[in-house]
Design a protein around this ligand. Structure first.
Ligand SMILES: [Zn+2]
Length: 132
């Protein structure tokens, strides 16, 4: 169950970003996970939900984007997208493929709860209007 260790490192990065960037509240953390990794997204989400409880990230959820296997065929130089782990070029049937995507494990974005840190204070403005 190494998803728990990964969830912990995602939490650490998000907590550090929260402190460094003075974020009030983080609503979600987006992660990109390549389909060639052996990470089970559901297990990662589940582990993350558990470990963020009672931390500064309580209530924060994980948004997982799965990255398909993509690359270039070394024979015909065409862009390819591998489906069902069949590593054969659909254009020329070569097996000589250069895989460039599908092994990601990155944090893509951190979504902050900005409703909370921008309180509405329209009532005590000086009432000037631009009637043009
Ligand atoms: Zn090819």
């Amino acid at each position: 169950m190494h998803e728990l260790a990964i969830a912990e490192s995602i939490m650490d990065i998000a907590l550090k970003a929260k402190v460094d960037k003075h974020l009030d509240s983080i609503r979600a953390v987006g992660v990109r996970i390549g389909v060639m990794t052996d990470i089970v997204p559901e297990a990662l989400e589940f582990g993350f939900d558990i470990i963020v409880k009672d931390t500064a990230l309580d209530g924060c959820c994980l948004k997982i984007e799965r990255i398909p296997v993509r690359g270039t065929c070394r024979s015909c130089r065409k862009f390819i997208e591998v489906e069902d782990f069949v590593f054969i070029c659909p254009h020329c049937a070569s097996r000589d493929l250069e895989i460039t995507q599908g092994q990601e494990l990155d944090i893509a974005f951190i979504e902050i709860d900005d409703d909370e840190d921008t309180p509405v204070r329209g009532m005590d403005s000086n009432g000037e209007e631009n009637t043009g």
